[in-house]
Design a protein around this ligand. Sequence first.
Ligand SMILES: Cc1cc2nc3c(=O)[nH]c(=O)nc-3n(C[C@H](O)[C@H](O)[C@H](O)COP(=O)(O)OP(=O)(O)OC[C@H]3O[C@@H](n4cnc5c(N)ncnc54)[C@H](O)[C@@H]3O)c2cc1C
Length: 375
Amino acid sequence: MASGHRSILIAGAGATGLTAALELARRGHLPRIVDSDAGPVPLTESRALGINARTLTLLSPSRVTDTILQEAQQIQHFRIAAKGKVLADIDTTEVPGPYSAIHALAQGHTERLLLGKLSDYEIVPEWQTVVEAVSGDLSETKVTLKKLDGSVETADFDIVIAADGSHSTVREALGLGFPGQVLESSFYLADFRYAGPVDPSYAEISLFDPGMIGRLPVTRDVLRYISTLPDFESRIEHPAPIAERVWASDFRIHFRRAEVMAKGNVFLAGDAAHIHSPAGARGMNLGIEDACWLAWLISEGREQEYAVLRMPAVTTVLKQTHQLTSLITMKHPMAIAIRNLAVPVLLRIPAFRQKLLHGVSGYDTQSPPWIDGAL
Ligand SMILES: Cc1cc2nc3c(=O)[nH]c(=O)nc-3n(C[C@H](O)[C@H](O)[C@H](O)COP(=O)(O)OP(=O)(O)OC[C@H]3O[C@@H](n4cnc5c(N)ncnc54)[C@H](O)[C@@H]3O)c2cc1C
């Protein structure tokens, strides 16, 4: 059967599921996409902020990149500071290719832009529809869906894409493990809207002994602070009077990945397949990358190559985010002193700076062969 005629179900309409639907739709497929929630992530409760250059490349054929660039804040500089002194200032535009390393756009905005483009193909997620059970043999998968009105539908699909997040029902139904580790310490975040102008052009990490506070632009008047310190809000030096504390949250950091990213014709993508620290802003970007690769492979009739092809990218990102997280969560005073001395020296070395920017851009994973000239 031609791949365009195969029945495809996408479980989860987060950034990963929406991207999979869009990339399949623009290649002539008509997937169904369901989500247990009533709609996309609220604009004020955005988790992912960073959109890297690789994602902009991947979303350029669907033209979502054009709309992201209109709405996002370009992060032109990345600073590291300690005791009020800037230790390093990296120009994030110093990367090859058409895009700078990273832009900031709240995840809720990104999801709405993906939804808008998807509606051009007349595909709308079936909200408040829960994947309850998954069974079947290796060629056809039976899925039970429960809708808001209590009705239950059981249907067979040729392909199922599990983009249902870190607690994936599909992954659990397949009996796939999600081994890894959880960090001892918690992370805290708060988003503030300011009454006066703020500078959205840079991100900064302020190092303490121990701990850190990261400052990231969300919009032209909202900044996010993310920290390892429970009392971080009392340490923030606000750049303008606060108009509103928009959102606050705390979370533990896990590093996990599914034992395998596919079983039969069920494919795991995004947080359903791997989770890690937000250091490096890779989570949503890696999920979008999974979705783009999977859609391309399905269109080529090569989806059985997906699990093996994606593993190196997942390994690279888990390693990079683990290293960055170790740097910002150090507790031993001697290690902190060495780090604070070494980081500015290392970042003055062009090759080291380029390597860091290469990773932040997302260019350290395999380049998409279906996009001409992609890095
Ligand atoms: C504080 C924080 C900051 C972050 N910052 C960044 C960043 O800067 N850059 C970055 O790239 N990433 C970042 N991330 C990670 C990013 O938020 C996630 O990696 C991203 O949301 C994963 O997208 P996803 O679509 O795979 O999963 P999700 O966003 O979790 O979406 C899964 C969807 O599946 C639905 N669902 C779940 N179960 C079912 C079911 N049984 N049936 C139907 N639907 C179901 C859910 O309702 C949800 O809509 C951050 C995360 C945190 C916590």
